[in-house]
Design a protein around this ligand. Structure first.
Ligand code: LLP
Length: 434
C-alpha cells in the first residue's frame, strides 16, 4: 500500500520525498507519514461499507493508534468518526475540529472530569461499567438533552493474537459481562436521560482471522434481543477494530475490503435471519488505517561485533519511539534508505540507544554493508509507535512529517530539551541554592 520509489541517487522516496533529504531537514528519528496511503485506507473502509452493507454505517478511526491534530483532521475529512480513549485524546480530536457527533469516547475507567467533558461536548459515550453508568446518569439528569451512549460488552470470543492485545475473552478488564446486561438494560429503560443507541464489542488487535466476527455478529444479535425484551431498541452495532497489517513478508492479513465484507455479511445474515431491521453498523479500525502509512527513519551510529554471535547496529532512537518490539516482541523490517539497490551482505541486530539490553528494534535484519550516518528506515510504524512514545532516558520525542506529492510538512515538531523540563519544578528549599 505504501507508495515508495527509488531515485537516481539510489535513495528511498516516500510521497515523492527523498527520505535522506527529509532527515537532513527535520533530523532523526523521524516519523514519515504518507498522506495518500492514509487517505486510501480511510476510503477503502468507507467504500467497502457502502458496497457490502445496505444499512447505515459509520467507520470510526481508533485514534489510540496515533492521535494528533493532523491525523484527526485528515481522517475526519475522509468522513470517518474518531474513537477516543481519554480526555487527552478527546481534547485533541475536538481541537482538530472533529464533529462531536462523530466522536466516540471509550475507556474502562473514565474519570468524572472526563465524562463531564464528553457530555458537555456532546459526544457519544461507550459505557464500560456500572460506576460509569451511575456517574453518567447523574451528569445527564441535569443536561438539556439525553446523553447518547453505547454499551461495551465482553463478547467472550477468543482470537489468535498477543495476550496483551486480546480483549474479547470473558475475563477481560473491558466492558460489561453479558450476564450483567439484563440489569443494565433495565437501569437504562428506567432513566430517560440516557439514550442507549447501541452495543459495542471489540475482540482484539492485529487479527488475521475473519471468523471471529461471524461469531461476534450472532452474540450481538442475542444481546439486541435481550434489550428489546425490556423495551429498549438497539439501533447501532459497533464491532470494534482489530484488522492486522503486514509487518514482515510472512504476514498475510486479509485486505480492508475483505474484512469489511465479512463483517457486513455476518451482521446482515444474522439480522435478516432474525427478521429485524438492519442496525447502523459501526467499526473502529486503528492499526490498519495508520500503520502501513508511516515509516521511521533513523541514523545509524555505533556498530558492535560480537565475534561468532552477532553484529549490533545502533540507531538514534529505540524503545522510546517504538515500544512494540520490547512490549510485544513485535517484528519489523528495515531498509537502508541511501543504499536501496545494494545487495544484502550482513545480518544485523538493530539496537536502540536506551539503557536496556532489551531495547532491540529488529532481532535480525538483512542489510547491505553500512556505515555510520546511513539512514535506516523501519517500515509500517504508523500504529502504536508515536502514540506509545516516551521520554525514557530523557530522549526528546521525535518529529513527524506528512508527505504528499513531493512536499513535506511538519505535523508534530520534535521536542526540545526545554520541553523536557517544562513541567519540572525544583522544591523551594533547593531552588535558592542552585
Ligand atoms: N476499538 C477498541 C475499543 C480498541 O480497544 C482498539 C484497540 C481498537 C478499536 C483498535 O484496534 P486496531 O484496529 O488498532 O487493532 N498497543 C497495541 C495495540 C493495542 C490495541 C488496543 N485497542 C499494539 O501496539 O499492538
Amino acid at each position: 500500500p505504501l507508495t515508495t520509489q527509488v531515485n537516481q541517487q539510489d535513495c528511498l522516496e516516500i510521497g515523492g520525498c527523498d527520505v535522506t533529504e527529509l532527515v537532513k531537514t527535520y533530523g532523526s528519528p523521524l516519523y514519515i507519514l504518507d498522506e495518500v496511503t492514509l487517505r486510501t485506507a480511510c476510503r477503502q473502509y468507507r467504500e467497502a461499507m457502502h458496497a457490502y452493507y445496505s444499512g447505515e454505517s459509520q467507520v470510526i478511526y481508533a485514534s489510540k493508534a496515533w492521535n494528533c491534530l493532523a491525523i484527526c483532521a485528515i481522517v475526519a475529512s475522509e468522513g470517518l468518526g474518531v474513537d477516543v480513549a481519554s480526555g487527552g485524546e478527546l481534547y485533541t480530536a475536538l481541537k482538530a475540529g472533529v464533529s462531536p457527533d462523530r466522536i466516540y469516547f471509550h475507556g474502562n475507567n473514565k474519570s468524572y472530569a472526563e465524562l463531564k467533558m464528553a457530555v458537555e461536548a456532546g459526544c457519544q459515550i461507550v459505557v464500560d461499567n456500572y460506576l460509569e453508568l451511575q456517574t453518567l446518569t447523574q451528569l445527564s439528569e441535569g443536561a438539556a438533552a439525553p446523553v447518547s451512549i453505547l454499551l461495551r460488552v465482553t463478547p467472550g470470543i477468543e482470537c489468535h493474537t498477543h495476550d496483551y492485545i486480546r480483549t474479547g475473552q470473558i475475563d477481560s478488564k473491558f466492558g460489561f459481562d453479558p450476564n450483567q446486561l439484563e440489569t443494565v438494560f433495565r437501569w437504562i429503560a428506567d432513566h430517560d436521560c440516557l439514550n442507549c443507541m447501541g452495543l459495542h464489542a471489540h475482540i482484539g488487535s492485529q487479527i488475521f482471522e475473519l471468523n471471529p466476527h461471524r461469531d461476534l455478529a450472532n452474540v450481538m444479535l442475542d444481546w439486541t434481543r435481550k434489550a428489546s425484551d425490556v423495551g429498549l431498541s438497539i439501533t447501532q452495532i459497533n464491532v470494534g477494530g482489530g484488522l492486522g497489517i503486514r509487518y514482515t513478508e510472512s504476514d498475510d492479513p486479509p485486505s480492508i475490503t475483505e474484512w469489511v465484507k465479512q463483517v457486513a455479511e455476518a451482521v446482515t445474515t444474522a439480522w435478516n435471519a432474525a427478521q429485524l431491521p438492519l442496525p447502523k453498523l459501526l467499526c473502529e479500525p486503528g492499526r490498519s488505517i495508520v500503520g502501513p502509512a508511516c515509516v521511521t527513519a533513523y541514523t545509524l551510529g555505533s556498530r558492535k561485533e560480537v565475534p561468532g554471535l552477532r553484529t549490533y547496529l545502533a540507531v538514534d532512537g529505540g524503545m522510546s519511539d517504538n515500544a512494540r518490539p520490547i512490549t510485544y516482541q513485535s517484528v519489523y523490517r528495515a531498509v537502508i534508505a541511501n543504499r536501496m539497490s545494494a545487495p544484502p551482505t550482513q545480518t544485523a541486530t538493530i539496537a536502540g540507544k536506551h539503557c536496556e539490553s532489551g531495547d532491540i528494534l529488529i532481532q535480525s535484519a538483512q542489510l547491505p554493508a553500512t556505515e555510520p550516518g546511513d539512514i535506516l528506515v523501519v517500515m509500517g510504524t504508523g500504529a502504536y509507535n508515536y502514540s506509545m512514545a516516551s521520554n525514557y532516558n530523557r530522549l526528546t520525542r521525535s518529529a513527524a512529517v506528512l508527505v504528499n506529492s513531493q512536499t513535506a510538512e511538519l505535523i508534530v515538531q520534535r521536542e526540545t530539551y526545554e520541553d523536557l523540563i517544562r513541567c519540572d519544578r525544583l522544591p523551594s528549599r533547593i531552588a535558592p541554592t542552585l
